[in-house]
Design a binder for this molecule. Sequence first.
Ligand SMILES: C[S@@+](CC[C@H](N)C(=O)[O-])C[C@H]1O[C@@H](n2cnc3c(N)ncnc32)[C@H](O)[C@@H]1O
Length: 438
Amino acid sequence: MCMEVNLRAVVLDILEEIESNNEFSHIIINNALLKYQYLDKSKRSFINKLSLGIIESQIELDYIINKYSKTPVKKMKPVIRRIVRMGVYQIIYMDNVPDSAACNEAVKLAVKRGFAGLKGFVNGVLRNISRNKDNIEYPDYNKSPYEYLSVKYSMPMWIIELWSGQMSIDTVKSVLEGMKCEKKTYIRCNTSKASREQIKELLQRENVTVKEVENIPYAYEISDYDYIAGLKSFQDGMYQIQDISSMLAGEYTAPKAGDTIVDVCGAPGGKSINAALKMSEQGDCGRVIARDLSDYKVALIDENIKRLNITNIQTQVYDALDCDESLINKADIVIADLPCSGLGIIGRKPDIKYNASPEKLQSLVDLQRDILKVVSRYVKSGGVLMYSTCTINRAENEDNADWICKESGFTKDGEYHQLLPANNSGMDGFFVARLIKS
Ligand SMILES: C[S@@+](CC[C@H](N)C(=O)[O-])C[C@H]1O[C@@H](n2cnc3c(N)ncnc32)[C@H](O)[C@@H]1O
């Protein structure tokens, strides 16, 4: 007999694991969803929405709890803190869950996890918040805009301050809005296997909803599938999942037929694959050398190129900090999509915002410069260095691009592109600089 699964208990386990492991929350959530693959789609989506939502909205949830609980969040027992956050998230954000169910289930969970003595406390705090949920007082946007944005969008204050030094407060707000809105899935069609129309048809036959993407002919936005790796079209290598900002980086790269391209930090292979396909589409497939730091990372690239059946990419385990003398002045294009603070993809990986710090950002700037200094040597005269990151941080982006131009004799090819997750675009934040070796 199949036991009824308590979905909130599953979420509680996920939250516990995220706090005790050094692993990204989306990986832990995906593993749980795989384990409970046999559940209805609606139940799995409840698990996903609730666990991800609690992490995304933690600063706001704690702010609300602290307003209505005599014991501050920080002083609560970890299990109780998680249970209360879970209850508050349902009360504030899940209209289809009655507040009474959110409260009762939280109380039951507290008892089940050995805290029967605190059931009155859990019940009291949650009922109090439920009663007052339409009158919660947030910081005043006009008086303290940073504090308001930090609470309302659960973004650490120092990140709001950092961005406010780089863009207007209205743009910061729209970035935060963009990060909070529903994430979309985009695919890059494998044009070496089938035309985009054929790929659209295959997807539609699998009941997937397919939408065109403006300005990128080989991309689609897809939705209404259950589990992407379970789709036959995915297994047959008809496409690669890739964010549009990353595909736009591929557009700026603009490889020519027969180019030699070195992707120095390549895993899991998105940019390499895009460049390889773009060359194949022009008739002479050239060659891409795709590298990363470890066997594990390179295996991720291998897995993708095998599934997509791409033959013009050669993979190698290679530390980008070590200079490879054999490549000096040999590449038409070097793709340097470097490790970065990832502030542009907080919408997809919310724990980035809690783990980042000003000190970590500075050490990434140093690492990026060290890598750029080495790999810029591989670009032949007149060739291209594509520097990109998935962050929104001038020191890692524009400043580093300017620095390498000065340091190693490159010039800007057009403007730098700082893509932002604007309202409802579902796009990640991304930076691309196309630099030409003088
Ligand atoms: C932003 S990701 C690259 C994403 C990839 N370009 C794509 O589009 O799929 C950065 C990669 O740099 C790799 N990396 C970090 N330090 C490195 C190093 N010293 N040498 C080579 N790769 C490194 C990481 O393992 C990570 O896979």
